[in-house]
Ligand binder design. Structure first.
Ligand SMILES: [Zn+2]
Length: 360
């Protein structure tokens, strides 16, 4: 973090939230009483890819007992796809629930990776200070995975899609016809469903490779989605969040239909608690039908839930795409850190809750 005052101020607030949090009552109202230090009235500075990379390395060097940093792949332009793991015995795959936080599938939606970076910094500092024993407990009992920037090429170019060249909608053209795939339409959802129900999934509009929602020539055609897939297949992930901006709402599978999953009660229960913490709107299937959000095919949530059974959420952060008010970003980072801690706690029981639900 660039601003040390910024870092120090956060401790008291989250500590307050956590004590209540661990009584199973999500809480974030302490944030509302926080006085903002006028020192930070500069516009909020979003990390560049390189700044984030440097910071991750430096945090890891100082906290190698609980943090590992690995690359799960490389982008078309050669940037590493960083994955952070936070846990005790961090180099071992232990029998502890896994949670996953991802940012910036869309490169022009930057608050998500700032939230992830803040969370990493907060956790390692708290673990070291040990001023909140519960934080230590979370690290000792959970395997937290964070992929802060899924689309670093898109972040650097400030664009929604990635930056790899396209060769026509099906990849058959000999020449480059356009650039970029919408990574959050490139998961196998199943991806081919768009051909069976073309109107429902706006196929005529997303098929041209120049479309801002172009979903690629085939599922997992892109380095970034392939890397997330390979990572996910090698790890158990009980709960996940993928961050986007904007809208201040929480959605969960199915993303492509108003039908409910068999885990609807779990999705709703966890989602309601997220909503209590961040005051975002939870799109519940029975009264907020999917058309309001638009049927999305090829998103990470559907794939994670279908393939891994992950209780997977998309959270659309903020009321604008790129907030510049530092107070807004500060509150956002604290609030979502509280959400993360709640999910780590809930992850301890989620698999047995799921088993009970399936057998009831
Ligand atoms: Zn997005």
């Amino acid at each position: 973090m660039k601003n040390t005052a910024f870092v120090k101020r956060k401790h008291k607030l989250i500590v307050g939230s956590c004590f209540v949090l661990f009584l199973l009552v999500p809480f974030s109202s302490a944030l509302n009483t926080h006085e903002f230090d006028p020192i930070s009235f500069e516009p909020y500075h979003y990390h560049t890819y390189q700044e984030m990379t440097d910071e991750l390395h430096s945090i890891q060097m100082n906290h190698s007992d609980i943090m590992s940093l690995t690359s799960i792949g490389k982008t078309y332009e050669g940037r590493e796809l960083w994955m952070v793991k936070l846990s005790d015995n961090v180099n071992l795959d232990e029998d502890e629930p896994g949670v996953l936080f991802m940012g910036a599938h869309h490169g022009n939606e930057k608050p998500g990776y700032e939230v992830c970076l803040f969370f990493i910094q907060y956790m390692v500092e708290q673990y070291e200070n040990n001023s909140v024993p519960e934080i230590r407990n979370v690290i000792n009992t959970t395997q937290m995975y964070i992929i802060p920037m899924v689309n670093p090429d898109g972040v650097e170019a400030d664009t929604r899609k990635n930056c790899a060249p396209n060769h026509g909608p099906f990849g058959y053209s000999k020449t480059i016809t356009s650039y970029g795939v919408n990574l959050n339409r490139n998961y196998d959802d199943p991806w081919f469903l768009a051909y069976i129900l073309p109107v429902s999934y706006s196929l005529p509009f997303i098929l041209p490779d120049s479309s801002f929602n172009y979903r690629g020539p085939y599922p997992f055609s892109e380095n970034e989605t392939k890397a997330v897939k390979n990572f996910a297949e090698a790890h158990n992930i009980s709960i996940s969040i993928s961050y986007h901006t904007y809208g201040e709402f929480v959605v969960y599978p199915w993303m492509h239909t108003s039908k409910q999953t068999v885990d609807e009660p779990l999705f709703r229960s966890v989602g309601e608690n997220i909503s209590l913490i961040n005051h975002y709107e939870l799109f519940v299937k029975t009264y907020h039908l999917i058309p309001r959000y638009g049927g999305t095919l090829g998103s990470s949530e559907n794939w994670f839930y279908r393939e891994k059974g992950t209780i997977a959420y998309t959270i659309e952060l903020c009321t604008e795409r790129t907030p510049t008010n530092p107070q807004v970003m500060y509150n956002l980072c604290i609030t979502q850190t509280t959400v993360h801690l709640y999910l780590c706690q809930r992850a301890q029981t989620i698999e047995s809750e799921k088993a009970a639900l399936h057998h009831s």
